[in-house]
Design a protein. Structure first.
Length: 168
């Protein structure tokens, strides 16, 4: 059973509970200066209004706080309003579209010395339009499966190689 402690300093306890709900944000000046793209792209169509840095900042907040697109937009708008920052915020559709076009480069740390690679293969069933037919009429000969062989670093779990094969 959990021990019961008697509270004696209620003002300190209440201040601690209030501090748990405290949220502090700061935005670097360099991010604010690079939020809007000033240069025209020179390509047909409208030029990008928001920089890649702005999209990455929004994506980071979206991932960290597990927010859907519209809520992320409202979250950043409210932060900007509280901080008296007069900048537009990308809407959810712009954020989604630009994230699909953004090339994110993840750093790969080269290892010194030998690596132990574990190779495993698993089968993945591909669901398609024939699933209803299978339930109604039974299994046919043309079921679609793909094999996914993976090469994984034993120490770190990093995927070193992957390929998808067909059932041919």
């Amino acid at each position: 059973m959990k021990p019961q402690y008697r509270l004696r300093n209620w003002s300190e306890y209440n201040a601690g509970l209030q501090q748990r709900g405290s949220l502090t944000f700061w935005v670097e000046e360099s991010v604010l200066e690079a939020w809007i793209v000033e240069d025209l792209s020179g390509k047909p169509g409208a030029s990008k209004l928001y920089s890649d840095l702005a999209i990455m900042t929004m994506a980071t907040l979206k991932a960290v706080y597990r927010l859907p697109g519209r809520q992320c937009q409202g979250f950043v708008e409210s932060i900007f309003e509280l901080m008296a920052i007069d900048l537009p915020v990308p809407d959810h559709s712009t954020l989604s579209r630009r994230l699909g076009q953004l090339s994110i480069k993840l750093p790969v740390m080269p290892k010194e010395g030998a690596r132990h690679v574990v190779v495993d293969s698993t089968g993945v069933k591909v669901y398609g339009e024939g699933e209803w037919k299978t339930r109604q009429h039974g299994v046919s000969k043309r079921r679609t499966w793909r094999k996914l062989p993976l090469g994984v670093d034993e120490a770190t779990g990093e995927i070193l190689a992957a390929t998808v094969t067909t059932n041919d």
